[in-house]
Design a protein around this ligand. Structure first.
Ligand SMILES: O=P(O)(O)OP(=O)(O)OP(=O)(O)OC[C@H]1O[C@@H](n2cnc3c(O)ncnc32)[C@H](O)[C@@H]1O
Ligand SMILES: [Mg+2]
Length: 215
């Protein structure tokens, strides 16, 4: 985050994430720039085995290419009945270049496959969590700040809601009696994995600032 320029560069091409970061940082007077503003930069290969590893790789590679501090987000959905899949492969669950719709269909068909043979007559539901790892990398000092957030829910067989992105229409939050895609941006921010990770990162930044100024 660069409070001198009022610009925050986020190493993402995901329009849903960009909307959520804009919403979170606008009150701080920061304008979000994304990888759509730097089309000359190559995509980062996300070959880490954890969300944190991928987030660091994205922030570091883009931060070093631009010579500026960069924030990156690596996130995904971990479904218990699928042993944590799709996990770090969430963006390409249905194959390289797959859309959110393709990935949602793949998730439902994998859960349906599991259910075959067990005629429980129960609705298709599995516990799951969204996880978000954030990494803020400053190439001038090689300093990295990280934070991780998670939110628990259920995968529903009935997609609902037109908000959010990705797997949100299938992620049911019992306390709201709604899917993540039925929440407003504010509600999603207050409960989501990304909202939690952002609050933790902001606290860490503030703590660093306090140490720096001797407060
Ligand atoms: O790497 P960048 O460019 O940031 O964009 P991406 O879409 O490829 O993002 P990830 O590699 O982090 O993959 C995360 C996938 O997990 C899903 N996901 C992450 N956060 C989500 C959220 O808040 N709601 C719904 N789905 C989410 C969504 O399908 C993403 O494509
Ligand atoms: Mg990605």
């Amino acid at each position: 985050m660069n409070s001198r320029t009022g610009i925050l560069i986020v190493a993402t091409k995901n329009a849903g994430k960009i909307r959520e970061f804009q919403h979170a940082f606008a009150p701080l007077g920061l304008t979000v720039k994304s990888m759509f503003d730097y089309p000359e930069l190559p995509d980062v290969v996300e070959d880490g085995t954890t969300f944190a590893e991928n987030a660091l790789k994205k922030s570091k590679q883009i931060g070093e290419a631009l010579g500026l501090p960069v924030l990156a987000d690596d996130s995904g959905l971990c479904v218990d009945a699928l042993d944590g899949r799709p996990g770090v492969y969430s963006a390409r669950y249905a194959g390289e270049g797959s859309s959110d719709g393709d990935n949602n269909l793949k998730l439902l068909s994998e859960l349906e496959r599991l259910k075959q043979g067990e005629d429980t007559g129960q609705p298709l539901l599995s516990t799951a969590r969204f996880v978000c790892a954030l990494s803020l990398y400053d190439p001038s000092t090689a300093a990295e700040l990280t934070a991780e957030g998670a939110v628990e829910g259920w995968i529903t067989s009935e997609p609902a809601g037109g908000g959010g992105f990705g797997y949100d229409p299938l992620f049911y939050l019992p306390e709201f009696e709604k899917t993540m895609a039925e929440l407003t941006l504010e509600e999603k921010q207050s409960v989501s994995h990304r909202g939690m990770a952002l609050r933790l990162l902001t606290e860490k930044l503030a703590a660093q600032g306090d140490r720096g100024t001797g407060k």
